[in-house]
Design a protein around this ligand. Sequence first.
Ligand SMILES: [Zn+2]
Length: 466
Amino acid sequence: MSSEQAATGQTRDTAAGCGQHGVRVFLGAVLHFLDDPGPELDPAAWELFEDGALVVDGEGKVAWAGPAADVPCELRTGATKVDHRGRLIVPGFVDTHLHVSEVDIVASYGEQLLNWLQQYAFPAEAKCADPDYARTVAGIALERMLAAGTTTASVHTSIHTTMVDAFFEQALQRNLRMLSGKVLMDRVTQTPHYLRDPDVQTAEDQTLELIDRWHGKGRLGYSISPRLALTCTEDMLAMVARLHRQQPDLWIQTHGAENPEEIKRVLDIYRAQDSSYRSYIDIYDRFDLLTGKSLFAHCVHIDDTDRVRLAAAGSAVAFCPDSNMFLGSGLFDLDAAWRYGVSVGLGSDIAGGTSYSQLYALNQAYKVVAVRGGRLHALRGFYLATLGGARALSLDRHIGNFTVGKEADFTVLDFAATPTLARRAEIAETFAERLFALMILGDEQAVTATYILGRRVHERQSPAPV
Ligand SMILES: [Zn+2]
């Protein structure tokens, strides 16, 4: 047995029969979602196979998921078996919002959003003009995501085409399903001279070139990325809407209603031109930016009218609880968003957020919901971090669960990753209790392995300290 086989417990079922080429059978507890379990935890919305198997075909697609004892003969025979029994196999996590350009400013001290941008984010992003630096941070971000079990993300870069190229190149090399695009920002009074699109036409030309180069290549998708209303002119927002009308298969990502001081400044600027703007989200709405492919990070300070509009448009929100607390932005109302039918995904928002782990984000999300008087059940949390995120990014026909034919991006989680988690999981009486312990006590340490299209791309290096 090779060391790789020893490490992963791989064996091949050599019995003669009706096997298919390149099939792999992953044994372990298998959990995935068919729908949002909702506040009533609808049992039809998820499937759990505690002694389960996930079968991946030679193309890296899900061929079957169910009880290990029931794997069909034609899939079992001749298949490579990978033993993760005792661990939990879930669809790869979806991080709906982070900044690859901010890798190096994680854990920067003491500022709320507007000063954070000036003091930390903009100087860090300026460095991304350098292709070597851009490649370095792109590689770090992707490796950290995979180590945390994140297999898909919606990623902000910088204004530089070098940064977009570096990110997409490395995502393509790893065959990842990723969304990203060049950041657009041109409002002279709100952007530093060293980090600004010279004019809308140049920004559009660069965006079109990048779309041509990357959109639809491998599993990559292009997301038109106006940074936020504050840093964009009206002409830039109008250009984004026009481009999306011309190519509605593109995505749009931006920020909205994150921080009270930011919101006041945005409304002051836009109302100086047109006093009828009702809210921050209304600005995007009036520029035709609320589409079924639009993603708005944060939306901490929105009202029911905004929620109705977001839901009606099919636009999604990236809920970034760690960032919202780290930058002192506020507490997103997850229950209200869900009540109004707004599609919500979970985001790390590196580097306003401090962890690449979606388990850690769920820990923070639970606390935000709790402070607002609600509860986030582990099942709904894991839905949020997997299929919920895939839906928020309009990628759920490709990823997000283990229905047959989906791309087999998944992660394997260890209930005994740390002594505290191991003890809590050991005394838990139900699966839901163990899952909640993982959601609250887990982070990237709990990730045993991450697989892309059925191939292992990350394995925890050191044994669990138990
Ligand atoms: Zn952000």
